[in-house]
Write a protein that binds this ligand. Sequence first.
Ligand SMILES: Cc1ncc(COP(=O)(O)O)c(C=O)c1O
Length: 400
Amino acid sequence: MSDPLGVEPRPAAPGDAIPDWLPSFRAEFPLLRRLTYLQTGSLSPLAASVRAATIDMLDDAGSVRLAGQQDFAACHQRAEAARAHLAAFLNVRPEQIGWTSNTSLALRHALDQVDWQSGNVLISSDTEHVGTRAARDGLAARSGVRHAIVPACDGDDAFLSAFAATLAREPDARMALLSHVSCQDGRRLPVKEAVCLAHRAGVPVLVDAAQSIGQFPVDVTDIGCDWCVGSGHKWLLSPPGLAYLIAKDVRAFRSRFLLPASIDGTSEEPMGRRLEVGIEGWATRAGLDAGLTLLASIGLDEIERHVAILSDRLRDGLAALPGYEVVTPRGRGASSGITSFTVAGGDPGATRAVVDTLWDRERIFVKYQPERPVVRVSVAAFNTAEEIDHLLVALESLSA
Ligand SMILES: Cc1ncc(COP(=O)(O)O)c(C=O)c1O
């Protein structure tokens, strides 16, 4: 990549070799020719194979009325392949997965599992997504639910002991809701350990895995949570508008829309029947299926390794620049592809100005994250060392 600001890119470090798979993987994403995309934490760019599968399904499903019942069933079956594919990816059964259009909505369905009464407590952390905070505030206003918020930014041990203390202090806790990876600063929370603590106290746990699933291998059964929600359209590469809710106990999952159990004689009503009514987004599911195939062609372990090398490069580079401070914890296992940093000691105006200038001058797309406030950089499998250097060079010029 040419250096628009006239600053030398960093020399390659040992271990920085370009993986064999990267050029062809990257070529799947036409958008990357036009900009430096570091925003997968919000939305994946569209891969050619994902687009093709999505459009194929739209074409086929769109011609159903002409072609008849068999094709209709075939389209439905093709869409169902995504459920089985995602189930295998996360080590759950397909029947445990229900689709929604985004994580925020999936989260509300999961929160609906409790008959919230005034005085009940919802435990969560101080690093949750705005959708969670909105749902939390809604429950407080509508049902008088209190929330107990556990600080999550002082490391795993501090978090787990504060979480345990909260469980002990709040006998009216009815649910705990925790992000697996923080959308604010990319830290990983020890959700498996938190689930053990909560279950010992009789409190079920909802894990928001929107920022973890697709970044590194996640075994939802092993985490042991009661519900898990996540998005297709971030790290799993689906087109926008697809997310999922996974229930550990499908029979216990209450739905306002449950279709009659006798409808096809099945003894267990899968999550699909509990969340999905009428014609649904077959095309986005076909896209997700293609996205999962694309990720599997590289493997999540390899993706995690590549992203960790790039993230180290970014964090080392930021540490050497004046005016920026990385707030994301370092070390494999402590975070993943998200790196957040403050600008000018956390000044909101200066932080937003950096995000806007990176876009206006350099076509570098990162996110302004208002809660801290920080600049959030999402490094994904398709990103390169040159793109990281492009960002560092631009930031260096802005801090000069
Ligand atoms: C942790 C977390 N939860 C939930 C969401 C909401 O996801 P969606 O846009 O699919 O509703 C996000 C989106 O950034 C997120 O980072």
